[in-house]
Ligand binder design. Structure first.
Ligand code: COA
Length: 259
């Protein structure tokens, strides 16, 4: 069904694997379109409670946007490339209702790090290397990197990473707060699944409301506290809320209908 990605769904988790290992999983146009479709399908699938995105092979998560595709672009084509990519993939992922965990299994450079940063949080294997090398190519990050990196690591660190075009390793990424956990290559997906499992025990409608509220803090002209109040209020009208509070008072585990 897809040429550049693999998808699977098991025990409430959809796994999306970028699968162009010979090009270090670089994001060409087709891969971005396929990722859009796969994330959309997973988000609409009632049985999917969490999404894990990772790269195939042992070397790379994603080594960036596919440089061979845009090397001869004009100013307007460049602008459109960034706009379309942000709309189809990076903003799309960041705003999904279903939690997305990026399991960074190697190089996450340029668009690769931008994809990982669009996910709701990140974990990494100890061989991971992360950076935004765009200025070494005479361009800047165009898939949200100049915005999301400072949000995650602070302005000074982001400025240094972007201006030097250098890479940081998994431990430094952890110190920076760019990834939440570092583990071995073998344990990376099991850890992602374990974290997804913890998430899935909770109310999916409440999680969707939480994602909206947290994201509101980073939206221009939006009062995040107001969004939180509205989303908080909405929760009181859900079946999950009735079940969660009733189960607590009855001293049993909640069995959320997800509505
Ligand atoms: N776009 C297109 N092709 C890419 C790519 C990218 N972003 N990153 C890697 N590839 C391709 C290489 O061209 C090579 O293809 P080939 O075998 O047909 O020549 C293949 O993937 C393997 O990469 P290679 O460079 O040989 O691996 P390496 O281990 O020597 O180096 C990297 C690994 C990640 C350091 C290096 O590939 C690199 O710097 N990639 C570009 C990173 C980048 O600038 N990304 C931001 C893009 S905006």
């Amino acid at each position: 069904m897809y040429n550049n990605i693999l998808t699977s769904q098991e025990d409430g988790i959809t796994k999306i694997t970028i699968n162009r290992p010979s090009k270090l999983n670089a994001l060409n146009k087709e891969t971005i379109q396929e990722l859009h479709a796969a994330f959309r399908v997973a988000d609409l699938d009632a049985a999917t409670k969490a999404i894990i995105v990772t790269g195939s092979g042992e070397k790379a998560f994603v080594a960036g946007a596919d440089i061979s595709e845009f090397a001869d672009f004009s100013v307007s084509e460049g602008g459109k490339l960034a706009e379309k990519g942000q709309e189809l993939l990076f903003d799309f992922v960041a705003n999904l209702s279903t939690p997305v965990i990026a399991a960074v299994n190697g190089f996450a450079l340029g668009g690769g790090l931008e994809l990982a940063m669009a996910a709701h949080f990140r974990i990494a294997s100890d061989n991971a290397k992360m950076g935004l090398p765009e200025v070494s190519l005479g361009v800047i990050p165009g898939y949200g990197g100049t915005q999301r990196l400072p949000q995650l690591v602070g302005k000074g660190r982001a400025m240094e990473m972007i201006m030097t075009a250098g890479m940081i390793d998994a431990n430094q990424a952890m110190q920076y707060g760019l990834v939440n956990h570092v583990t071995t290559q073998e344990e990376l997906l099991p850890l992602a699944e374990k974290l997804a499992g913890k998430i899935m025990r909770n109310s999916s409608v409440a999680i969707a409301a939480a994602i909206k509220s947290v994201n509101a803090a980073f939206e221009d002209g939006v009062n995040g506290f107001k969004v939180e109040i509205e989303q908080f209020g909405n929760c009181f009208g859900t079946e999950d809320f009735k079940e969660g509070t009733t189960a607590f008072l009855e001293k049993r585990k909640a069995d959320f209908p997800g509505k």
